[in-house]
Every structure is written in structure tokens, then in C-alpha cells.
Write a protein that binds this ligand. Sequence first.
Ligand code: ZN
Length: 96
Amino acid sequence: MHSHCPHCAQSFEPEPGFYFGAMFVSYAINTALFIAAWVALTVVYPDYSLTMLLGLLTGVVILGLPLTYRLSRSIWIAIFVRYDRKFAGETTMKQR
Ligand SMILES: [Zn+2]
């Protein structure tokens, strides 16, 4: 992960421990993935066993980890840092 945005120089680490709250976003995303995987398994294979369900959920978490990690951090910083249109599309590094 970059330390600063290459377009607008926004710091991606505003303060130590900033992304602690992203854990809760990640929890919500994983809960949604769990429910989706569980419903899909129930529809595709209604006679599933508990071992099969746990294996599927473990696989979903491991395969989705690169996505949920970055997505939860992006959502977390988007809650606190406002998008500013005047910096969009600029490619030079600026200090704000
Ligand atoms: Zn930016």
C-alpha cells in the first residue's frame, strides 16, 4: 500500500492505528460473504454437512482476503476523508 495517494498526496496513514476501525468494516463484509456462501451452498447442495459448510466458509475467507482487506481499508478512509474533485485526475505529487 502506498503511504500517500499518487494523485493528491493524501496520507493513507493519517494517524497510528487509523485502520483499527477497518476491522469492523471487514467483519461486515465477511458476514455478507458468509451468508451469500451459505445460501449458495443450500441452493446448490441442500444435503451439506457441517464440515462442508465450514470448509466452504474457510475457503471464502482465504480467497476473499486480498479483496476484503483492501476494500475495508478503502471504505474506512472514505468515511473520514472527503473526496475533493479538484484533485481528481492530477498526476503530479503535491503536498497539501
Ligand atoms: Zn488522492
